[in-house]
Design a protein around this ligand. Sequence first.
Ligand code: ZN
Length: 244
Amino acid sequence: MTKPLVAVLSGAGISTDSGIPDYRGPDGLWRRDPEAEKLVTYEYYMADSEIRRRSWRMRREHRTLEARPNAAHVAVADLEKSGVPVRVITQNVDGLHQLGGMPARKVLELHGSARSVVCTGCDVRSPMEDALARVEAGEGDPACAECGGILKSATVMFGERLDPVVLGEALAVSKACTVFIAVGSSLQVQPAAGLVGVASDHGARLIIVNAEPTPYDEIADEVVREPIGTALPRILGRLRGQEA
Ligand code: ZN
């Protein structure tokens, strides 16, 4: 029997148990506070060093790097370790799937990663930790050590395009998977939401785990409202049982 390919699309809801608020969602900080949104909007960020200084300070204060994976992240990694092919497509930038044990090459980060910074001049990447250490040491707006260019978080800011390679892979996984689990996402942000429809159109079994209703509940094979921390380990455990 061919093993099922399980695709897990995760949104902010999978990381709230790890203490990371939903900044990007419809009610998230970025949408409620236009000044805060500027800090993560490419055009403003590139044009104004004061915006960059505030952006670095905000990143230092939010301590995203200190967040630890929770039971849901670990359950996804455990399924992969059990021999079931798993691919994660995530809207999150926190890197918690990888810290939870998922191999990095099997995690598609649609919105990039807050654990790295990238130079807007020469594209070189370096750890966010190092940039924040420079901010801590007094550099308000640390420049690229290689070329002096403007550094930014390796996340997709408002006004930036998603990485077409990552997006293409996410689309391929959505078409190929036999089970598609959307977890902790309101499924209102494109293109992530559209992937649900693609998976369903290609015959995947669709499971939605989210506290609130989503636009795709009607086409789902299963809709689960219970907390992700208990629901996801149970659902994935069941998939493991089927496979064995
Ligand atoms: Zn550079």
